[in-house]
Design a binder for this molecule. Structure first.
Ligand SMILES: Nc1ncnc2c1ncn2[C@@H]1O[C@H](COP(=O)(O)OP(=O)(O)OP(=O)(O)O)[C@@H](O)[C@H]1O
Ligand SMILES: [Mg+2]
Length: 396
């Protein structure tokens, strides 16, 4: 009962102190996913709320995305587009906090998230996230544990929100500069090849087939640059939390068949056998179908690229109570132990890969981000000279 003897001004001072402590912790977190999770935990904590969530605003698209929440074990909702006429949209547009002690009576309440999470919102306190004078999102504390949200709660959450916004901006800038310097580094090789080839082309004594080969180099490297740019943008969007996930019911059997059809010719060119193995009653899953397809196509394209002519490739789905597993198995060159540790690193390619096929080394990083964005994971087993199996695990 000691709490009751502390005067309320002291309690308030304690709360501010706690926010300051948390802010320090936030400022040192540069991984955006971890940061967002810490922010929502802190928001629920300092407001004595059952849950909290964070939404980020994409200025270019003028859309608001659901990003993280304390009451979600899996980030399936991540990237869900929330309408601008919702409460969170109101907070971002007006750059003002909101306290609503009965959400159901408010027209602006966006019920879809509640529906998707089976979580009922009764009361809500939301503050705008403002960084460098721009509204970058909203932070919401949901369902006060006892009583109602007060003006004091609002002030405390406002301070946390201001610190959180700065931390989010910092983390984005850090990731961007990191990614950009790696990208620029990767640009050098193809640009260098193009410059050299163009220079050599000027020589009058070149034979026709030498000229053709140089032209081929230029075209190939230009294609590589363009692929690099596309993959780079994909990854940058995924890493900054600006990627949108359009969730829908996905018929897995149909999706796997579609992937097989798309990749069939590539496999045929190398006389490889590409098979699909799907159990009869696969359940529908909730996922972003086109992102999932991107994952499977990259895994299949890897299997084809890094398997010699005549090899076998199997695309397989399995299901149990917990999860759906989709695996891509090949009889290719396999991956040596030192490669296994680096596979999911940006731009990493196992030495010698460039002799087998072109690539940017970004495919698996993108796959991993997308699968994790669905609350799943991806792993790999491989034996040099025998083959490789990548498995995507998705929670049901
Ligand atoms: N099935 C596989 N068998 C053997 N090695 C593989 C396989 N899949 C991936 N790798 C190795 O992992 C590296 C990284 O794969 P990733 O998909 O990220 O890049 P990439 O295929 O080289 O380029 P991109 O996918 O961007 O075109 C590859 O370069 C290759 O060395
Ligand atoms: Mg690849």
């Amino acid at each position: 009962m000691a709490e009751f003897s502390i005067p309320s001004t002291n309690l308030l001072a304690q709360r501010y102190h706690r926010v300051l402590e948390i802010s320090r912790d936030l400022a040192s977190t540069l991984d955006l996913d971890i940061l967002l999770q810490r922010i929502v935990q802190a928001a629920a904590d300092v407001c004595d709320a059952s849950a909290a969530s964070i939404l980020l605003y994409d200025d270019a698209k003028q859309e608001l995305y659901f990003q993280a929440a304390t009451n979600l074990t899996e980030p399936l909702m991540r990237g869900l587009v929330v309408p601008m006429d919702s409460l969170a949209g109101w907070i971002v547009r007006n750059r003002q906090p909101v306290i609503i002690n009965d959400v159901r009576n408010d027209r602006r309440h966006f019920a879809q998230i509640s529906r998707n999470t089976n979580f009922l919102t009764h009361s809500l306190l939301g503050v705008p996230l403002i960084a460098k004078d721009k509204a970058i999102g909203a932070l919401e504390a949901i369902n006060k544990k006892t009583g109602k949200f007060t003006d004091e709660d609002r002030d405390v959450l406002n301070i946390l929100g201001a610190q959180a916004a700065v931390a989010i901006e910092n983390s984005r800038l850090f990731q961007q500069s990191d990614l950009i310097s790696e990208f620029v580094h990767e640009l050098r090789t193809p640009l260098g090849s193009i410059a050299t080839a163009a220079h050599l082309l000027e020589r009058p004594e070149l034979l026709e087939d030498q000229r053709q080969r140089l032209l081929g180099t230029i075209q190939g490297e230009a294609r590589r640059l363009s692929e690099l740019a596309t993959s780079f943008l994909d990854l940058a969007r995924l890493e900054s939390g600006r990627a949108q996930y359009h969730l829908e019911h996905v018929d897995l059997a149909a999706l796997l068949d579609e992937c097989q059809v798309i990749m069939r010719n590539k496999a045929l060119e190398k006389q490889q056998m590409l098979r699909v193995d799907v159990p009869p009653h696969l359940p529908e899953i909730t996922a972003d179908g086109s992102k999932l397809k991107q994952v499977l196509l990259n895994l299949l394209s890897n299997a084809i690229k890094y398997t010699p002519e005549g090899g076998h490739i199997l695309l397989k789905a399995e299901v149990d109570d917990q999860e759906v597993r989709i695996s891509v198995q090949d009889t290719g060159r396999g991956i040596p132990p030192e490669g296994m540790n680096n596979l999911f690193q940006k731009f990493y390619r196992v030495p010698g890969s460039e002799k087998m096929a072109q690539g940017t080394g970004l495919g698996l990083s993108i796959c991993k981000k997308i699968v994790e964005g669905h609350g799943g994971s991806i792993d790999v087993e491989s034996e040099v000279g025998q083959g490789t199996t990548f498995t995507v695990h998705l929670p049901r």
